[in-house]
Design a protein around this ligand. Structure first.
Ligand code: FE
Length: 339
């Protein structure tokens, strides 16, 4: 399956050859849970004989890579959210990767034009709506969230969380800063309570009658349905895929980047290409109820059952560039003190 693999020209290829027999391995620093990755790395090892060593991190990826510098054993970083991917890139800790397979498998909007990161799966940021208290069609756009008809009816996690910052970046992208500020103020004044908790906690609040709609990522529906206690919360809501008035539904990615200091570049490239191959994509997406992105791939039936949507076609790099503005606006309107 690696017939399309192009021999990559890496600056340190000569070094690798000169070094005494490097182990056939590839090292991954991952913000993603080990159980999401294990089925894939096992399959990769079975197919290629290359061992995959995964270090799971909860935080501090950038600091760790910086501290290790040239001696870092990490070849690849796995993470979610465009701002986290971009943070590693902006710190100068990644290298550009040129690969026909990657460019073919990963749609343009989900990869860095300069090849520093590649998306692997997507998740939409959607509205969870009370089945009892929100009618079909009552909310269809992100802009609607600022409509006074939702006064006292919206729950969300912190406006400063990367998921919401990316959404606000998308509002700026579509409408400019002035409208985005008004939108944030509008949503803030519609909050049922001050932002707190994670995406699932908002659905719990809908179940408990504290609010009628919330913002959340799609895969949390799958996670709640898989949890005995949370299943009730999930059953009290349905997913609505809002769009921008002049665009599609906001999505974010999980993705991968090759480190600047990667000691096993060729193996790392093989693993990246494997991860974007349609078979691996479907396994990876299924593990966390996400959407695979390679052409011809499909989400599992449960995920497809939540509905069809058209993803916004903005390149996520354009959203990453608006992150600082989105953060500033969120602080300016004191979003998290809302309600
Ligand atoms: Fe999440």
């Amino acid at each position: 399956m690696f017939a399309r693999l192009k021999p990559a020209l890496f600056a340190s290829a000569a070094m690798a050859v000169a070094a005494p027999a490097l182990a056939d391995e590839v090292n991954v620093y991952s913000y993603r849970q080990p159980e999401l990755i294990a089925p894939l790395t096992d399959a990769f090892t079975a197919e290629t004989g290359i061992d995959v060593n995964v270090v799971h991190l909860n935080k501090g990826m950038v600091e760790r890579l910086q501290a290790e510098g040239d001696r870092s054993p990490a070849d690849l970083v796995f993470t979610v959210d465009i701002s986290r991917l971009n943070a590693v890139v902006e710190a100068g800790l990644t290298q550009p990767v040129e690969s026909e397979a990657l460019n073919e498998n990963v749609p343009e909007q989900y990869r860095d034009p300069d090849g520093h990161w590649f998306g692997l799966t997507t998740r939409a940021r959607v509205v969870y709506a009370s089945k009892d208290r929100v009618a079909d069609g009552e909310i269809t756009t992100y802009e609607d969230l600022a409509d006074p008809k939702w006064q006292g009816r919206i729950c969300t996690r912190s406006g400063l969380h990367p998921y919401n910052v990316a959404l606000t970046s998308a509002v700026i992208h579509h409408h400019g800063e002035e409208v985005a500020r008004e939108w944030l103020q509008g949503v803030r004044s519609n909050l049922a309570r001050s932002p707190e908790g994670n995406d699932r906690a908002q659905v719990k609040a809908i179940w408990a009658g504290e609010c009628d709609i919330s913002l959340g990522n799609t895969y949390y529906m799958g996670k709640m349905l898989s949890d005995e206690e949370q299943r009730e919360w999930a059953d009290s809501v349905r997913i609505v895929f809002p769009t921008f008035e002049n665009g599609g539904t906001h999505v974010n990615v999980s993705g991968v980047a090759m480190t600047a200091a990667a000691p096993n570049e060729e193996n790392a490239l093989k693993l990246m290409e494997f991860l974007t191959s349609p078979e691996a994509q479907e396994i990876y997406a299924e593990a966390n109820f996400e959407y695979p992105i390679a052409e011809g791939t499909e989400a599992v039936d449960l995920v497809k059952g939540w509905g069809d949507f058209t993803a916004d076609d903005v390149n996520l790099m354009d959203l990453a560039k608006l992150r600082a503005d989105a953060l500033r606006l969120t602080e300016e309107v004191d979003f998290d003190a809302g309600s």
